[in-house]
Write a protein that binds this ligand. Structure first.
Ligand code: URA
Length: 480
């Protein structure tokens, strides 16, 4: 029997692969009779695939594995995946459960590696703000290990829907213009923009590559295969435009786009400062210098209160008002917290208030800046700073206000309902309660009132715990 050739394009060519698998299954072509090749030739399927074949129904787990493994950089991935699909459809429907099967094992490792890569990209892309004709644009450079650009893009659309952004990578570029995604050619490090000196070069690059005629990736490929892109006159002009920026860009990339080998908290701590901060002032200077992880914040909002306060309250992140005023808990949630503290007998001026994340993250809706929840990756990014802050304040009691604070303090995502009450955060006695903004969001007055009273009662307990400690000189918290 002849070998059937399936030609796919560079990258994660899901579309062609899906189409080819349907056809191969319909033709009952076993894997040993099929060769998968990668080539950017304009013909869509090489010579062997013709017409549309009916969809094949595979178990969800297999579909998920295909979805990820297809992005792997291993050239054998398509052949391996087709073997898997073939076996699943030919009597081994539960094949994925046989973890010891060499094919399952290998594909599982591939899918995991892709998921890790996606996670890295989601967590470590850093956007740079640029101004262009009065408009704000953002750009970032990233080096993925696998072909994950299309799979990673929706995450950034979700998070930064209201921003005009572009991510450049050696496997391709992606732009979101607040309305649609468009995929462009691979970039080089030096194509990545620098905040100050790059604007002109960037504009030329940007406008030539992302012209509206190429918004649709399939149309774009059909019109001009990737291998020809580097011959385009406008892209050839780029090196000249960007030369002055190269050194700074390289530095930026080394600092920002490189994933540390393993992010244990200790390593993250080491990586975050050349010189360990010895005071809150030094720590805050480091945070201010690092700037926001997600662009947009006006300033970093630091913790506030007496340096050796007995109680540290940890919130989520500054809100709109906090961002503008540069102080924690001064907006609506802060006002509610003030009132509840007064009702519980806690003197706010004697407590230290801070946040898990030090910069405001938001989405623009018209002119309004709407709070956007920080991701786990973002919370982890700020965590070493929070831990250092606690080390410097040395409180008797650390209070987690809501889930984000709890995640930052424990490294784990736990529902507040399950953990409300006394806790231990590493070496600190702790207490978990709701975030005041949760109370603001409750739908009706009766529920609000009830939740408020429960919150005040938590605060009373917090007050008593810290007081008891002061009075007895012991740690009554450990006894319960
Ligand atoms: N919400 C927080 O978590 N922190 C603030 O500082 C304000 C609102």
């Amino acid at each position: 029997m002849n070998l059937h050739r399936i030609t796919l394009k560079t990258g994660a060519d899901r579309h062609t692969f899906r189409h080819a698998v349907r056809w191969l299954i319909a033709e009952e072509l076993a894997p040993q009779h099929v060769v998968f090749e990668v080539d950017d030739a304009p013909a869509l399927f090489g010579d062997d695939v013709a017409g549309d074949a009916p969809a094949v129904s595979i178990p969800k787990g297999v579909a998920r594995l295909v979805e990820h493994a297809v992005c792997h950089s291993d050239p054998e991935r398509y052949a391996l995946l087709y073997r898997l699909v073939w076996r699943v459809l030919n009597g081994e429907r539960d094949l994925l459960e046989v973890a010891s099967d060499p094919l399952v094992h290998r594909l599982d490792l591939m899918a995991r590696s892709v998921r890790r890569d996606l996670h890295k990209m989601h967590a470590f892309v850093r956007f740079r703000r640029m101004h262009h004709e009065g408009l704000e644009r953002f750009a970032a450079w990233f080096e993925p290990e696998h072909f994950i650009l299309e799979a990673a893009a929706p995450f950034f659309v979700d998070r930064f829907r209201s921003m005009d952004w572009t991510i450049l990578t050696p496997i391709g570029s992606v732009r979101w213009d607040r309305a649609a995604l468009s995929f462009g050619p691979p970039a080089r490090r030096e194509d990545a923009p620098d905040a100050d000196s790059f604007e002109e070069g960037w504009r030329g690059y940007y406008e030539s590559v992302f012209n509206p005629a190429r918004v649709n990736p399939t149309a774009m490929r059909a019109e001009m295969p990737k291998k020809y892109w580097h011959n385009m006159p406008e892209t050839a002009a780029i090196p000249g435009l960007i030369q002055t920026a190269v050194r700074r860009v390289d530095r930026m990339i080394e600092q920002e786009a490189t994933m540390p080998a393993k992010r244990t908290p200790e390593r993250a701590l080491e990586a975050m400062w050349d010189q360990e901060p010895k005071s809150l002032r030094e720590l805050n200077a480091i945070i201010a210098k690092a700037g926001p992880l997600v662009p947009g914040a006006t300033q970093a909002v630091f913790g506030e209160g007496p340096v050796h306060a007995d109680i540290v309250f940890v919130g989520e992140q500054p809100g709109d008002q906090e961002d503008l005023q540069g102080q924690p808990f001064v907006g609506p949630a802060g006002k509610l917290l003030d009132k509840a503290m007064r009702d519980a007998g806690i003197d706010r001026s004697q407590a230290y208030l801070t946040n898990a994340v030090k910069h405001f993250k938001f989405e623009l809706r018209g002119k309004r800046r709407i709070h956007a929840k920080p991701t786990t990756g973002e919370v982890k990014h700020y965590r070493p700073w929070l831990m250092k802050e606690l080390e410097l304040v040395k409180p008797k009691l650390v209070v987690a206000l809501g889930g984000t604070a709890l995640l930052a303090l424990t490294g784990k995502s736990t529902p507040i309902t399950r953990s409300r009450g006394r806790a231990r955060f590493g070496g600190y006695e702790g207490y978990v309660t709701v975030h005041p903004s949760y109370l603001l969001r409750l739908p009706d007055e009766a529920t609000k009132q009830e939740a408020y009273e429960a919150f005040v009662s938590d605060l009373r307990r917090i007050h008593d715990l810290a007081q008891a400690d002061l009075d007895t000189g012991e740690l009554p918290l450990a006894a319960e």
